[in-house]
Design a protein around this ligand. Structure first.
Ligand code: FAD
Length: 478
């Protein structure tokens, strides 16, 4: 029997993972990537002789019993050189100069924070019991069940656990890896992500590209870079081919889009079976903010390597409010690669950022002096704030390279350079959680925009997409 052919648009984590699943299920897979490097948010780049990551820093839940464990076992990613963060403090929250540890493991997590907030122990226990329960039911999604916590507000639940405004801030303090919004964020998103990292947290030597290489090596077919898809060709209610920017046409039986849905809609013809009403509904959903990133090479011997991330916040920052003009929070990530003397070799600073539309029409490397000045002042603000959580950082800088949400927009084609894609709304879960199926029977969606973002969410979604393509869940998964 002839092999079925699948074309996947976009080589982000979701695209590559769908490619691996369909390869294992006997498909001939072609992954098409517009950039010269595969991986999307998992791409790396070299500056000052060091390999930096773009959108990957740490993962939660890869150890036995954690939600990523069975998924990464399936993808053969468990034996990569993972580096475990410190169990008694994998994330440290610094608010107005005071430090609070996030410890790994449910009991340790509660004990560490209850030591500082003794009267809040019961609230911490309630919070962790809920996180754990939601986390334990993550795979119910594979049975087509939507967790009730999708229809519950994260902020309201947090308030029901503690009245202490400082503890609320602390518990929200590591959440630069999702966008907190008091009105809309579902408890499901807050709990799944928090739960996975509390279970176990790891960095990866070699970073995102190590994941990309391992996934690409399992694809039966090819991952073609420099192959941007410019149109989707439909006939008689099905997609028959994609057209590349080069003019080449590639036919297949099944098509999966790993790109932002609004970018996909731009590739469809006027008479597409993906009706305008469907496109309008999804295009009207809000996207998360983007990130400003400073990738920093450190002087040898200047700073010790730390097995934790540090999240520094100004005293007056509201983590649940809109992204402020002035930098209110910054995450400090240490690379596991070190100098020969064991000192830290590089760190990244990440801070949420919304761009004005001044540079909408510009491209990477051609945005002018005003943009360069903005990047420089944002980097200075981030360094000032980071220094309060990591004294000595400023003097330790050997080289610094920065990027803004516009960099993301141009490299990954995400809407406005959004870091985590389409936001979910607990008041409208059915409207903001997106199905992998589209109105066109052989065109499917995958990636961080559908269900839950991040490495965990995107990996979960890859199985939902593959399940929709195959008409059943891949048999060897759980
Ligand atoms: C700054 C930042 C830090 C992050 N840190 C973490 C972290 O520490 N831990 C974690 O779990 N998650 C993290 N994430 C989130 C995680 O990286 C993403 O959720 C995940 O990698 C998204 O994968 P994806 O497959 O949805 O899409 P993407 O990575 O966006 O991939 C989409 C791909 O499609 C390609 N493409 C677009 N248009 C076309 C076209 N027309 N033709 C061909 N190809 C096209 C793009 O070039 C891109 O390669 C971070 C994200 C950001 C932005």
């Amino acid at each position: 029997m002839e092999m079925k052919k699948a074309v996947i648009i976009g080589s982000g984590l979701g695209g590559l993972e769908c490619g691996v699943i369909l390869s294992k299920e006997g498909y001939d897979v072609t992954v098409l990537e517009k950039e010269i490097q595969a991986g999307g948010c998992l791409q790396g780049f070299r500056r000052g002789g060091f390999r930096f990551d773009t959108g990957f820093h740490y993962v939660g839940g890869i150890e036995e019993g954690g939600p990523l464990h069975p998924l990464f076992r399936y993808f053969d990613l468990l034996d990569l050189p993972w580096v475990k963060l410190d169990e008694d403090c994998f994330d440290e929250v610094v608010i107005g100069g005071e430090r609070f540890p996030f410890a790994m493991g449910y009991d340790r997590f509660i004990d560490a924070l209850a030591a500082r907030f003794p009267s809040e122990r019961a609230g911490l226990e309630k919070l962790i019991a809920k996180f754990r329960n939601i986390g334990d039911h993550i795979f119910d999604a594979f049975k087509g069940e939507m967790n009730p916590a999708f229809a519950e507000g994260a902020w309201d639940f947090l308030c029901s656990c503690t009245d202490d405004p400082l503890l609320r801030k602390v518990l929200s303090g590591t959440s630069l890896k999702l966008q907190l919004d008091a009105e809309t964020l579902p408890l499901y998103v807050f709990a799944q992500i928090s739960n996975s990292f509390i279970r176990s947290s790891h960095r990866l030597t070699g970073g995102g590209p190590a994941i990309v290489d391992r996934l690409a090596s399992q694809i039966d077919g090819e991952v073609r870079t420099g192959a941007g898809v410019s149109r989707i060709i439909e006939k008689d209610g099905a997609v028959v081919a994609v057209g590349l920017e080069s003019g080449e046409r590639i036919e297949a039986d099944v098509f999966i889009s790993d790109i932002h849905p609004t970018a996909l809609f731009g590739l469809l013809g006027e008479d597409s079976g993906v009706r305008k009403i469907y496109r309008r509904r999804i295009s009207s959903l809000e996207n998360s903010c983007g990130m400003f990133t400073a990738n920093i090479l450190l002087k040898e011997g200047a700073l010790p390597y730390l097995g934790r991330n540090i999240f520094v916040h100004t005293a007056d920052e509201d983590p649940w409010g809109p992204v402020p003009e002035r930098t209110g929070s910054v995450m400090i990530h240490f690379y596991p690669e070190r100098w020969p003397d064991g000192s830290a070799k590089a760190v990244d600073l990440l801070s949420p950022m919304r761009m004005s539309d001044d540079w909408d029409e510009t491209r990477v490397g051609h945005r002018g002096e005003k943009y360069l000045a903005l990047k420089e002042s944002k980097a200075a603000e981030c360094l000032d704030l980071a220094e309060t959580g990591l004294p000595g950082l400023k003097d330790a800088v050997e080289g610094i390279w920065t990027s803004t949400p516009l960099t993301w927009r141009d490299y990954t084609a995400t809407e406005s350079g959004s870091a985590y894609g389409i936001m979910k709304d607990w008041r409208n879960p059915l409207g903001s959680v997106i199905s992998p199926r589209t109105p066109v029977q052989n065109l499917f969606l995958t990636g961080q925009n559908l269900n839950l973002h991040g490495i965990l969410g995107t990996s979960m979604t890859s199985f939902l997409t593959a399940g929709a393509v195959l008409g059943r869940m891949p048999s060897t998964l759980l």
